[in-house]
Design a binder for this molecule. Structure first.
Ligand code: GDP
Ligand code: IMO
Ligand code: MG
Length: 432
């Protein structure tokens, strides 16, 4: 089987959703393998905007079966809300959406644990507040986690919550330094609430690993959709300012159960510049005030988080970082997104190296302490003034824009297969 994986090579929000939608019709199944409703993927099809957090972007394509794999953490109300929004919008997904019985469930106490952890000053990561980290902590810790399959067994669920909730209450009260400030939860109330969700979720729940194996045997084509970006990967990202899952393609195997040998094409998605939400080092950040280039990119690119509405931090394209993530991801090609946002800037900068304590380097370090001290070394390229949103071939682009695309490709060391010049499906240049 020739499977494909779409992965972000920066700090998320690279427009992975648009690429998944663009090539979605070439596949029978689209699989999410990591993260949860911390993701926010916006896709614009024929002027209609779809916003997805937990469901794979593939659901928009009527011929595709969407799979939420075992590596995903699921907040049931969010799952049901997204299902309802799609059904109300005329996208019938009832027979072609499946949810792994092995996926882990997010409970209200996970959100509270995160709120308490994030209310401290220095230890703050700037998370999305969706309970992602605490749920993965419980998964790896093994004692307090509850999986989707367990929601479907009422007596068992009640018993599990009777064990878990008092412990969580004690933990959070201690964490909040006394009773004040920490919410206290009631096991019976949570069980009543989640059992209602469970009945609505039941038709979607299955052993997705087996389904994927059977589908591959039957010759089905599978597309993997990574959430977050490679620099947020829990192992290889800018730790501790990362998310709690493997967003690199390495997460595919564990997060879906389908061996990586089934995937023969890895598409790395990058923005023509860089953004980051939340805290952590960002060498090429343009923190240059309300009249500066950073704010201009934010405004033109509408760089505000889909999930939290926070303004995204903006900066120049970092070829050092993308070379690093492209290698870790095993990317075969890159798609260069939001190029139109750079139109009108007199000159553009590409980060081609770092200065670390007076020493020039061309390789990335994911060590947050070192990366914080890296000063970017830039190459400057001319900008263009033309509106490029109607360009459909490379030849339509102004010479300076073509040169920028070529230089990004050279610096990263990979071919550019798509250039995106607007949010719409049609605002796309397919290079090969
Ligand atoms: P994802 O999380 O990687 O799927 O990306 P997001 O959806 O969070 O952010 C990308 C945003 O850019 C979305 O609002 C898209 O509609 C939009 N977008 C995608 N491609 C382009 C493009 O080429 N130009 C512009 N201006 N916007 C784009
Ligand atoms: P998509 O799929 C951008 C960031 C958060 C925070 C850090 C940890 O839309 O690209 P978490 O809530 O995961 O514990 O937060 O990771 N983050 C994202 N940033 N895009 C995302 O997803 C993100 N998902 C998490 O802002 O810095
Ligand atoms: Mg996003």
């Amino acid at each position: 089987m020739a499977g494909t994986c779409v992965v972000g090579l920066q700090w998320g929000d690279e427009a992975k959703g648009k690429i998944v939608d663009l090539i979605g019709d070439e596949f029978d199944m689209v699989v999410r393998y990591n993260g949860g409703a911390n993701a926010g993927h916006t896709v614009v099809v024929e002027g209609k905007t779809f916003k997805l957090s937990l469901l794979p972007t593939g659901v928009i394509r009527p011929s595709v079966t969407s799979v939420i794999g075992n590596g995903v953490v699921v907040y049931p109300p969010r799952f049901l809300e997204e299902v309802k929004t799609l059904l109300d919008g005329g996208v019938d997904i009832s027979k072609r959406l499946v949810l792994s019985d092995h996926a882990h469930v997010i409970f209200p106490y996970h959100m509270e644990e995160e709120r308490l952890a994030e209310s401290g000053g220095e230890g703050k990561i700037g998370t999305t507040g969706r309970g992602i980290g605490p749920c993965y902590q419980d998964k790896v810790g093994r004692r307090f986690a509850i999986r989707v399959g367990e929601l479907l067994r009422p007596d068992h669920l009640r018993e599990r919550l009777r064990q878990v909730v008092p412990f969580k209450n004690r933990l959070m009260t201690a964490f909040a330094d006394g009773a004040a400030g920490a919410k206290v939860f009631d096991a019976t109330a949570i069980a009543d609430e989640y059992l209602k969700y469970a009945e609505r979720i039941r038709p979607y729940v299955t052993d997705t690993a087996r389904l994927l194996h059977d589908s591959v045997k039957a010759g089905k084509r599978v597309l993997f959709e990574a959430a977050q970006g490679s620099l947020l990967d829990v192992d290889h990202g800018t730790y501790p300012f990362v998310t709690s899952s493997s967003s690199l393609p390495s997460g595919m195997w564990s997060g879906s159960g389908l061996p990586a040998k089934n995937v023969t094409r890895i598409i790395g998605v990058v923005k023509a510049y860089t953004t980051r939400v939340g805290r952590g080092p960002f060498p090429t950040e343009l923190d240059d005030g309300m009249d500066g280039t950073g704010e201009r990119i934010r405004k033109v690119g509408k760089e505000y988080g889909t999930v939290t509405g926070r303004p995204r931090r903006t900066g120049w394209f970092d070829a050092v970082a993308v070379r690093y993530t492209a290698a870790l991801a095993g990317a075969d090609e890159i798609t260069l997104m939001l190029l139109d946002v750079l139109s009108g800037l007199p000159e553009l900068k590409l980060c081609v190296g770092y200065d670390l304590d007076g020493e020039r380097r061309t390789h990335f370090t994911s060590d947050a302490h070192d990366l914080e001290r890296c000063k970017p070394v830039y190459e400057t390229l001319p900008g263009w003034t033309e509106d490029i949103t109607t360009c459909r071939t490379l030849a339509d682009l102004p010479a300076a824009a073509r040169r920028y695309v070529d230089r990004v490709s050279e610096m990263v060391g990979l071919p550019v297969s798509v250039v995106s010049v607007g949010p719409g499906r049609e605002q796309t240049i397919r290079v090969r």
